[in-house]
Design a protein around this ligand. Structure first.
Ligand code: PHE
Length: 549
């Protein structure tokens, strides 16, 4: 399976066979709350243990602490005593076995130098005339027992004794690193396959729900902000740079920015409010991504978050300020909402589709109330413009709004098309606007981004009449190309919202990707967006000025 990583065993050789140390550790941690690795795996080098623990800890299956311990070990001489008995024991043993040992023979015994005195002190032997005899049938060789204990457990209970043995050079200490492992927050007894990529197949077959995703390692060097090869800086994506240029141009031309944090919208705002007929091919599955969970949207209504953002921009608006000099944006948002009747608006939209209203003869088909409730990945940001224009009916006035954000279309992906792109959209509301005024505005707008000489072609949008596609000369391609779409919103759209008849609204839209690709000389959109983008390109590309070549 692509994008997955299975357990890579850390090999451990026992009896010529292969064991997986990670499995051993999981087994041990499963059985006891705290596993001291030096006790559980005394034969395995700590380096191997650490590698296995790290693998488990990176998946949060196991947690561990490192302990700097001191361990008591036997010297060579201590080892001999543990194996053969203490000097005093050897002396007693020799006397006991012989029954009686002459002074000369005892003195010749290799252990006599250190052992004789202690054997006498312990009352194991005594002088008998000119020889030595045993005083005990059997003796317990405490030194040997204690050293054997050290050999097995690497500790000494009695510190005085430890000091004594250290002085006698029977024992010494060494530093050891040990690990204490326990269950982690994502404990599992088995090493599950970790998934590193979310794929289309996983979404389609539902396996993403149970997949075990490998967490991102944000501390890895050389990536975001790391000290490694990538350098410690971030970089604006070219699309963000061009987006910023467009924002400045819009702000300079007196536009306010619409909130757009609503990728999923209802069929009502994306289609019905814009008079896209309910049978229109644009609403087909082939063209639009529908969302099945949650199954449906509620009826159109106020979005308090959007309304607060919009109200905070109204602060600069003279008319509003004198209306509500004291209220904070959230309170003003509520005040505005109270003047809006969403039910009436819905009924008006429904009536225009089905029977005609506001001078329109309508489409004259039975309007289905299910369609407006369907949730879609918005196919254009005009859904947001519709919401903002309806809100405008609470306080109709000349105003200019823009947005630049992502939209989604179920397109076949190729060098110039992705299933998602960014739309730049503007709306201008004013009294008694004319089509000539829209052309003049578009010429000014595109001159600001370095595109002179526009051509207009009549076009069709369900929500604008008249509509115009905007064309311009493309130096690189040496031909005239389409760069945008525009129009004047239909009266039945604005009247249904409750806007006054003489307030007219221009609308226009263009993609952010097209001017960006032209400016940066990119011919394949996949070099600009998506997982194949070269980070070097993102970090290295220059700033852009739209009005300069
Ligand atoms: N929604 C149109 C598009 O997707 C752009 C547009 C917006 C056209 C507003 C007219 C008015 O291309």
């Amino acid at each position: 399976m692509p994008g997955t990583r299975s357990a890579v065993p850390v090999p451990l050789h026992t009896n010529g066979g292969q064991r997986d140390l990670t499995e051993e550790i999981l087994e041990a941690v499963d059985q006891s709350e705290h596993v001291a690795t030096n006790e559980a795996f005394p034969q395995i080098p700590q380096g191997e243990i650490k590698a296995a623990l790290d693998r488990l800890a990176s998946r949060s299956m196991v947690e561990y602490e490192t302990k700097d311990n001191e361990e008591v070990i036997l010297t060579e001489e201590g080892q001999t005593i543990a194996d053969e008995g203490s000097h005093e024991y050897q002396i007693w043993d020799a006397v006991q076995k012989a029954g009686r040992l002459s002074d000369k023979d005892l003195g010749a015994h290799p252990a006599s130098k250190f052992g004789r005195g202690n054997a006498i002190k312990a009352k194991w032997i005594k002088k008998d005339g000119d020889g030595w005899v045993s005083l005990a049938e059997s003796v317990t060789d405490h030194t040997r027992v204690q050293l054997q204990h050290v050999q097995q457990h690497h500790v000494m209970q009695d510190p005085k004794q430890q000091k004594d043995y250290t002085k006698r050079k029977l024992i010494t200490t060494r530093k050891v690193i040990t690990y204490v492992a326990r269950k982690g927050p994502r404990w599992a007894k088995e090493m599950r396959i970790e998934v590193t990529d979310l794929t289309a197949e996983m979404i389609a077959d539902g396996s993403w729900k149970t997949a075990n995703f490998k967490p991102y390692n944000f501390n890895a060097k050389g990536t975001l902000g790391g000290e490694g090869a990538g350098g410690g800086t971030g970089a604006l994506h070219p699309l963000n740079k061009v987006r910023e240029e467009f924002r400045k141009i819009f702000f300079n031309m007196g536009f306010e920015e619409m909130p757009t944090a609503r990728f999923v919208d209802s069929g009502f705002w994306n289609f019905d409010a814009l008079y896209v007929p309910q049978q229109h091919p644009a609403r087909d599955l082939q063209d639009t991504f529908y969302v099945s969970d949650p199954p449906e949207a509620g009826p159109p209504g106020p979005d308090p978050e959007f309304d607060t953002i919009l109200a905070s921009m109204d602060v600069d608006d003279d008319q509003d300020e004198s209306d509500h000099p004291t209220l904070d944006p959230a309170a003003r948002a509520k005040d505005t909402t109270s003047k809006l009747d969403y039910t009436k608006y819905y009924d008006n939209v429904r009536a225009v589709h089905q029977d005609g209203k506001f001078g329109s003869i309508g489409y004259r088909y039975p309007f289905k109330d299910d369609e407006p409730k369907r949730l879609v990945l918005r196919t254009h940001t005009t859904s947001i413009s519709a919401y903002v224009l309806h809100r405008l009916s609470a306080n109709p006035r000349p105003c200019r709004y823009f947005s630049i954000d992502r939209v989604f279309r179920n397109e076949t992906v190729d060098a110039t098309h992705l299933a998602e792109f960014h739309q730049i959209e503007g709306v201008i509301a004013d009294y008694n606007l004319t089509l000539g005024g829209l052309q003049a505005f578009l010429k000014r707008f595109f001159r600001n981004i370095g595109v002179p000489d526009l051509k207009f072609k009549p076009a069709y949008n369900p929500y604008t009449e008249p509509s115009m596609e905007v064309f311009a000369w493309h130096e690189g391609l040496n031909k005239i190309v389409e760069i945008g779409n525009s129009g004047m919103f239909r009266p039945e759209m604005l009247l249904a919202m409750g806007l006054p008849p003489d307030l007219r609204v221009y609308g226009f839209g263009l993609s952010l990707e097209r001017p960006t690709m032209i400016k940066y000389g990119i011919s394949n959109i996949r070099e600009l967006l998506g997982h194949k983008v070269d980070l070097g390109f993102i970090e290295g590309n220059p700033a852009v000025r739209l009005d300069r070549e």
